[in-house]
Design a protein around this ligand. Structure first.
Ligand SMILES: Cc1ncc(COP(=O)(O)O)c(C=O)c1O
Length: 348
């Protein structure tokens, strides 16, 4: 996996102070989200994330009794100015010592499909380093969707800007670009975190499936891995385009852009914003109508952790084009439009 990382970054691992011993294989990248959090966080600590953010990780943090502070994301991902202002505020309030992690899904995020802009990457690592006064703030880079790119060139990782291997933990997975059934992920960790993380992992599962790792080693070596990634990219690109076209067909006629969506350059999701004032939550009329029409979406509000000063938009949904066929995607968006019409969302 380190050779793949070198290929992606166009840099030798040793120039980033990395060797094979800095890599941990896990049972999916989700396991590393748990392990690193367990190793670093105590109740009352603070984790900074984007708003919106991967809600399964936010759920984990809630169980740990950790405070989540969010930086609003735009189409370039986490705002550096927003992060800087939040860190300043936490410092002024005396809370900086409790900040342990900055968690960022920086390629085709779940739920928005947005990637962290290239020029923001070195600045976020620098900020974390500058604010690491009496303890280190780790940037937790979740690159789960990195290989599922459909347009444009790859972006350098945050890890690329951490040549001493001290600040960034880079985690990714074979689940998204190859096969979820392998349930195999990998992480490049700062050296001093390896011991604590591996101890917890040992207590959990005594090691991830060795058989799956041999399978992955084989398919990577004989080229079938890259073939599968290419096939999946093509299939998902088509599905994304079908979903975007269906949204245009059914929701494009709303005057003044009252329905908007982000075109993702990769990943599995489209972030869809309904007219302001509309509710999309589990108890909303729209959700009920959608279920009656036989279509499911993920309410956007799941991806926000309520906190003082954060306005949670209630009118967004996450749509996924991963599993459904192109036919089902067309049908699904058309049913969503029927559900929306039933609760009064009509083209102006
Ligand atoms: C952003 C993100 N990170 C991590 C994961 C975990 O994936 P896995 O444990 O299959 O590697 C997911 C799964 O949906 C995800 O969306």
């Amino acid at each position: 996996v380190l050779a793949r990382f070198e290929q992606w970054e166009g840099v030798a691992a040793r120039d980033l102070n990395l060797g094979p011993d800095d890599v941990v294989i896990t049972t999916g990248s989700q396991q590393m989200l748990y392990l690193l959090s367990e190793a670093l966080l105590d109740e009352g600590d603070i984790v900074i994330n984007g708003a919106p953010s991967y809600f399964v990780y936010s759920g984990l943090l809630e169980v740990f009794g950790v405070q989540v502070r969010s930086v609003v994301e735009d189409e370039g991902g986490m705002s550096v100015d927003g992060l800087s202002a939040l860190l300043e505020r936490l410092k002024a309030e005396g809370d900086l010592p409790r900040v342990k992690l900055i968690y960022i899904v920086d390629y085709f995020s779940n739920p928005t499909g947005v990637s962290l802009a290239a020029d923001r990457r070195p600045r976020i690592v620098e900020l974390a380093e500058r604010c690491s006064i009496d303890h280190r703030i780790i940037v937790f880079e979740d690159a789960a969707y990195r290989e599922l790119r459909y347009d444009g060139p790859d972006l350098p990782s945050l890890k690329r800007y951490d040549p001493k291997n001290r600040t960034v933990a880079f985690t990714t997975t074979f689940s998204k670009p190859f096969s979820p059934g392998m349930k195999t992920g990998w992480t490049i960790l700062p050296g001093d975190l390896l011991g604590p993380v591996l101890r917890i992992k040992g207590n959990h599962d005594f090691g991830s499936s060795n058989f799956n790792q041999h399978l992955l080693d084989r398919v990577i070596a004989d080229g079938s891995y890259d073939g599968q990634v290419t096939r999946l990219r093509e299939a998902y690109r088509t599905k994304r385009d079908v979903m975007l076209a269906a949204l245009e067909q059914h929701f494009g006629r709303f005057a003044g852009g009252r329905c908007r969506w982000i075109k993702p350059a990769g990943g599995l999701y489209v972030w869809f914003e309904l007219p302001a004032g509309m509710q999309t939550g589990l108890k909303s009329r729209l959700f009920t109508a959608a279920v009656e029409e036989g279509v499911l979406y993920t309410p956007g509000e799941f991806a926000y952790t309520p906190q003082p000063g954060l306005t949670v938009p209630r009118n967004c949904v996450r749509l996924s084009f991963g599993v459904a066929s192109t036919q089902e995607i067309r049908e699904g968006v058309s049913r969503l439009a029927r559900a929306a019409a039933r609760v009064g969302v009509h083209p102006a």
